[in-house]
Write a protein that binds this ligand. Structure first.
Ligand SMILES: NC(=O)c1ccc[n+]([C@@H]2O[C@H](COP(=O)([O-])OP(=O)(O)OC[C@H]3O[C@@H](n4cnc5c(N)ncnc54)[C@H](O)[C@@H]3O)[C@@H](O)[C@H]2O)c1
Length: 357
C-alpha cells in the first residue's frame, strides 16, 4: 500500500519534528527540505523513511546537537575547515556548500571540509545548491566510524556506503546531478525492500563465499554483505571500491573526521560495525572560468537528450533528469510514501494533516 501526501504538509510536519527536538526554525526548515528531497526525487531510502529510525534518535540520544553552531578551525580563503560540532548533517552540509559558493565567487573555487558531522541524507541536495548558482558542486561524505562494506577479497567490513554527488547546470530546470552510493546500493534500499517483503536483484548482496543473496533480510541477520559498484573484478569492482576510498580520503582524511578502516574494524566478527559519528564531508564549488559555460552545458546535455533512443518509448536521459521530473510532479500531485513509512509518521502525529490519494 502507498499513501500519497501533499508535499507542503510533509515538509511542515518534518520541520515541526525538528523544531520540537530543539533545532532552530530556519535550520529545521532547511533540514526538512534536505530530508524531503529524497521523497520528492525518488530516493526514498534517504527520505522521511529515516526520520524516526535515524534523525530523531540521533537528536534524542545526544549524538547530534540540535543547537550546534559549526566552528571554523582553519580558513585560508578558498578553503575552510569546519568542525560541525555534531550539527545535523541535513542542514549543516547545505550551509557548508553555501559557504563554498561564496568563496568560489571570490577565488574561483571554494572548498569546505567538514569534520564532526552527522548523516547528511542525500549528498545531491547540497551539490544542487552550487548548480543553482551556475557552478559545479561536488559533495562527498564518508560514514564516520561506521563500517558496512568489505574490501574486495576481504572478510571484514571496513568502509561505509560513502556517497558521492556532482551537480551542474544543464538543460533548463533539469540540472545534471550524479548522486550515488559507491556501493551498488545504499543500505536503506536493502532495508526498504526488507520492510516491503520483496527480494532484491542479484548483484546487490553476497554471502561469505561470494554467492548471490536476494533475501534483503539476510543483510541485517549478518548473512549477506553489500557489494561495491561493479560487484566482481570482471565487472569493475575495483572502480567502485576505489571510488569509496576516494570519498574516504576527500571527506574524512582531509578534514580529520572519523575513518572506517583502522584497528577497531578488526575487533568484531567481520560484520558491519561502528557508528556513523564524526562523519567527514567535502563540499566544493567550482565557478566556471569560461564565460560561455551555461551555453556550453546546455549544448552538451541537450545533445545527449537528442541521442536517438534504442527503444523509441525510452528516450535518452542524463543523471538528474528523472529526479527533476519526479520532483516537479510530486510537488504538484503529492508524495507517495510506502504504507509502513506513512504509519511511522502517523505514530509521530502526521495523521492530523490532510492526506490525498
Ligand atoms: N548519507 C549517506 O551516508 C548516504 C550513503 C549512501 C547513499 N546516500 C544517498 O542515497 C541516495 C540514493 O543513492 P543510490 O546509489 O541508490 O542512487 P541511484 O542508484 O538511485 O541513482 C544513481 C544515479 O543514477 C542516475 N540514474 C538512475 N536512473 C537513471 C535513469 N533512468 N536515467 C538517468 N539517470 C539515472 C540518478 O540520477 C543518480 O544520479 C543518494 O542521494 C545518495 O547521496 C547517502
Amino acid at each position: 500500500m502507498t499513501v500519497t501526501v501533499p508535499y507542503p504538509a510533509l515538509r511542515t510536519f518534518v520541520t515541526g519534528q525538528f523544531t520540537a527536538h530543539g533545532v532552530p526554525p530556519r535550520r529545521a526548515a532547511l533540514a526538512a527540505d534536505a530530508l524531503c528531497h529524497g521523497d520528492l526525487t525518488g530516493a526514498g531510502s534517504h527520505g522521511v523513511f529515516n526520520l524516526a529510525r535515524l534523525y530523531l534518535p540521533l537528536l534524542r540520544d545526544g549524538r547530534a546537537d540540535p543547537a550546534a553552531e559549526p566552528r571554523a578551525v582553519r580558513d585560508t580563503g578558498p578553503c575552510v575547515l569546519l568542525d560541525a560540532c555534531r550539527a545535523l548533517g541535513l542542514w549543516s552540509a547545505a550551509e557548508a556548500m553555501d559557504l563554498a559558493v561564496v568563496r568560489a565567487r571570490r577565488y574561483g573555487v571554494g572548498l569546505v571540509s567538514v569534520r564532526g558531522g552527522t548523516h547528511l541524507g542525500c549528498a545531491g541536495f547540497a551539490a544542487l545548491r552550487a548548480a543553482s548558482r551556475g557552478m559545479v558542486g561536488v559533495v562527498a561524505s564518508n560514514c564516520g566510524g561506521q563500517r558496512i562494506a568489505r574490501p574486495p577479497g576481504g572478510a571484514v567490513a571496513m568502509l561505509g556506503t560513502n556517497p558521492l554527488a556532482v551537480a551542474a547546470p544543464a538543460v533548463e530546470d533539469h540540472p545534471f546531478l550524479l548522486d550515488m552510493s559507491t556501493t551498488v546500493v545504499p543500505t536503506g534500499r536493502v532495508r526498504l525492500a526488507a520492510a516491503a517483503g520483496e527480494p532484491v536483484p542479484a548483484g546487490w548482496l553476497a554471502d561469505d563465499s561470494g554467492r548471490e543473496v536476494t533475501d534483503p533480510a539476510a543483510f541485517d541477520r549478518g548473512e549477506a554483505h553489500l557489494r561495491w559498484l561493479g560487484g566482481t573484478p570482471e565487472l569493475g569492482v575495483y572502480k567502485g571500491f576505489g571510488l569509496g576510498l576516494v570519498v574516504e580520503l576527500l571527506a574524512a582524511a582531509v578534514s580529520g573526521a572519523g575513518l572506517g578502516p583502522g584497528p577497531a574494524a578488526l575487533r568484531g566478527d567481520g560484520r558491519p560495525s561502528g557508528r556513523d559519528d564524526d562523519i567527514g564531508f567535502l563540499l566544493m564549488a567550482v565557478a566556471p572560468l569560461h564565460t560561455g559555460f551555461g551555453e556550453t552545458a546546455r549544448s552538451l546535455f541537450g545533445a545527449l537528450l537528442a541521442c536517438p533512443p534504442a527503444d523509441p518509448s525510452a528516450p535518452v536521459r542524463y543523471p538528474g533528469w528523472p529526479e527533476a521530473e519526479r520532483a516537479r510532479r510530486r510537488r504538484r500531485e503529492g508524495v507517495p510514501l510506502p504504507g509502513p513509512v506513512y504509519d511511522e509518521l502517523a505514530a509521530l502525529g502526521f495523521g492530523r494533516v490532510a492526506v490525498t490519494g
